[in-house]
Design a binder for this molecule. Sequence first.
Ligand code: NAD
Length: 291
Amino acid sequence: MAHLIDGKALSAQIREEVKQAVTQRTSEGHRAPYLAVVLVGEDPASASYVRGKAKASAEVGIGSDTMTYPDDIGENELLDIVKGLNEDPEVDGILVQLPLPKHIDDRKVINAIDPKKDVDCFHPESVGNLVIGLDGFQPATPAGIVEMLRRSNIETSGKHCVIIGRSNIVGKPLANLMLKKGMDSTVTVCHSRTKDLPSIARQADILVAAIGWANFVTADMVKPGAVVIDVGINRVDDETRERGYRLVGDVDFEAVEPIASHITPVPGGVGPMTIAVLLQNTLKAAVDHSA
Ligand code: NAD
């Protein structure tokens, strides 16, 4: 039976660390770190993510404000809002919740954020720092995975880490983090065009699934004793639940759990770590800002 990596408990540890650091800073006369969140439109999932981020910020003493704009806001107007936040000395971190409406170019908006306030680590300068291994903001979900591995005392040096998924928010930045000095994994990234993916997955000491496909990773893709990290969040119909669905990951948990040495559950695995890293990034922005 695999050891269950408890993302909720590990994220609570990180949030407590951030809270203590914020308390320490304010007791030294600094103002509380401040995160500006920009939400465009009324997508219920985005609104719920943003509520979660605001609540988690408040719990650790980070100030935050969610600025909500209608779906039909113009691109230039949004760029001006970001510019205003860049110039506001009271704002340490800026987060623009994605996706944006189709008439707005996400990339233009991300590129407009001051890299010093880019707590989501999506700006090209932040991504460049990550690739060459410089200190900077951490990409939230991948860094959350790294924290899980570290805090669970999982050896990564020389281990083969196979990542399924090559997105800009999970697969690619995670590959760079796992390659970094200190992590020292040998990394393979698989994607929708990869040939014979199961045989590559079976070579993994650490297997990460970030695809968005319920139960994609089956028992025959997992080497006995592998560490399995499930990033996926998928809705599957479930009439026994009041809301009519339940959330599952990209890994067939029931089948894989008996084979793996460690495994993350969904929900309660990678998800809670993502917000914890956002709080760490906002604290870092405030510390750097006042330095
Ligand atoms: P994405 O849609 O941007 O990327 C999916 C990736 O999967 C692509 O690179 C694609 O090449 C790969 N893929 C698709 N089909 C494949 C196949 N048949 N074989 C191999 N590879 C295939 O997704 P994303 O934003 O990286 O998210 C992936 C999943 O992780 C989603 O379920 C998302 O909800 C979840 N997610 C969770 C968190 C969290 O905090 N837990 C954060 C981000 C994303």
